[in-house]
Design a protein around this ligand. Sequence first.
Ligand code: ADP
Ligand code: MG
Length: 575
Amino acid sequence: MPIKILPKEVASAIAAGEVVERPASVVKELLENALDAGARRIEILITQGGRELIEVSDDGCGIPSAEIPLAVARYATSKLSVTQDLFAIETLGFRGEALSSIGAVARLELISRSQDEINGTRLVLDGGQVGEPHPIGTPQGTLVRVRDLFFNVPARRKFLKKETTERRRISSLVSRYAIAYPDAVFKLTQEGRVNFQSSGSGNRREVLAAVFGVETARQMIALPTASEAPVKVVGFISPLSVHRGSRRELTFFVNGRFIQDVSLSAAVIQAYHGLLMVGRYPLAVIFLDMPPEEVDVNVHPAKAEIRFRNPDIVFSVLQRVVRATLLGQTPPPAIDFQRSWKAEGWTDQSQAISPDWALLHSTVDIEGVESIRGLQPALPGGGLPLLRAVGQIGAAYLVAEGPDGLYLIDQHAAHERVLFEALMEARTQGEVDSQTLMEPVTVEFTPMQATILEENLEVLKRLGFEVEPFGQRTYRLRALPVLLTGIVPEQALRSVVEDFEEDETPLMSETEARLAARVCKRASVKAGQVLSLTEQQQLLRDLEGCQSPRTCPHGRPTMIHLSVEALERQFGRRG
Ligand code: ADP
Ligand code: MG
C-alpha cells in the first residue's frame, strides 16, 4: 500500500484509544476536569459498569457558552497556552484531548453553565460528529453524559472486562480521589445504588473509613509532615498488623494526581522490609508534593504515569519517611535537602541513614533449617512422614518428631490446611453443610466490599453461605457453613469478604478454592489455643493425610523442619 495520511476519523480514533482505555479512564478524565474546575460536589452515575452510561456532574466554574464548541475540540484547553507551561503543570488536565477523545468513541453530551451566565449550553458529540450548541436551563457547573462507550469500536468493546470488574475499578478510582480531595463531596451511584459517598468535611481519616472500613482506617498511621524537604510526603500507612496479599492497596498521588508508579510502590514495600511476611504487602495512601517542574506529567496520554526529574531522591525520601514512621521515630534527621535540591542537583542520600536497617534486616537464619517458603507448589511427593507429637510451645506451635529430625508446626496454619482440604473435598461431592441462623443478620459493607460480595454470591452459596442483598451495601446472612458455627456470623462473613478484598481479581476457576481457603482461615484453631497431647496428635494425623501438608491454603509454611544433620552441625558434632 502506498503511504497515505490517515483520514481524520481514523487518526482521532487512534488517539482516543490512548486516552480512553476503559470506563474507568473516562471517569478519571471527567473527575479531573471537575476538580480542575474547583468543584466542591461531584456526582457520578454509572450503569452496566460504564458501558451504557457514565455521567459526571459538578458544581465547578462551568464553561462559558462561547467556549463550549472548543471544549470538545482536540487540543483545546484553558489550562495552558505556551510550551513553557508544559514544564510546570499545576492542573490535572492540560492536553485538551479528553472530551474530544471520549466523544470520538462514545455518545457524549456536554451541558454547562458558567457563573456569570443565565443560560447554560448543551452540545452533543456523537462518535466524533459535533452537533450544534443549544441554550438550556441548568445550574452552574458542568454535566458530562457518556453513553454507549466504544459503540463504534467493537474490538474495544469486546475487550472490556466483566461488568463487575469495571465497577470495581471505578469504585476504587472514585474513592481514592475522595481521599485525595477530602474537601469535596463525592457521590458514586452504580446501577442505581449509592456505592460510595464522602462528606466533604475535609477530614481524610473519615474518607479512609468510608474506603477501607472503620477499623482499618482507625489503625492506619498518619505520616508526619516533613515540610522542610522539597518532596513533601503526607498520607497514611498500615501498621504491621494490617497487610494484604497484593500491592493493590498502595495508592500514590503526586501533586494531586493519581498515578501508578512501580518505584514508589517499591520504596514503600522496601520500608517494610523484614517487618512483614514474605508475600504480604502494606496498605498506603500517600501524597507527594513537589515543585511542578520536578515532575514530567506529559509522559502518557492517560496521564497515569509520570517521570521524576530526580527519581532516586523521591524514592529515598519516601522510603525513609515511611521507615522512620514505622519505627515510631521522629522524621529522619535533618539532612539539608534544600541545598542538594537547589545547588548540586540531586545526590543520592539513600545510604545516609540506615542505623536501624541492618538490625531489622537480619532475619533469623539458622543454617541448615529447611524453612518451607510460601507459594511452594503442591508437590506430588510432598507427603509427610509419620510424626509423633512431643508437645506444644506458646500455645501456638507443635513440636513433633519424625524419622528425619525435628518438626516445628504452626498449629493454626496446619489446621487451616486440614480444613481446607476437607472443605474442598466436600464441595466436590456437592455436600457442604450449612447451618441456618435462628435470626438472619444484616451486615453493611464498604463499597468495594459490596462489589466483591456481589461478584461472589454464587460461590459463597456453594460453600455454605446464604447471603442476599438487603438494601444499599447491606446484605442479609441466613446461613453459614457448619465449619464456621463457632464464630460470630457477622464476623465470619466480614472476614471472608475482607480477605477477598486483598487479592487481585481472582481467576474464575480459582475463586472457589480461594474462598474456601478464607473460610478455613477463620474456622481453624487460633494460635493461642492450648491443645491436649491427643488433640496435637490428631492434628498431625490429619495433616499427614493432606495432599499438600507443608503449606497452608494461603501458601505460607505450616512447618519448619530441622534435620538430624542440621542439629548435629549446630551442636558441633559434624564438620
Ligand atoms: P483538558 O482538561 O486537558 O484541558 P479536556 O478535553 O478534558 O482537556 O477539557 C477541555 C476544556 O474544557 C478544559 O480545558 C476546560 O476548559 C473545559 N472543561 C472540561 N470539563 C470541564 C468541567 N467539568 N468544568 C469546567 N470546564 C471544563
Ligand atoms: Mg481534562
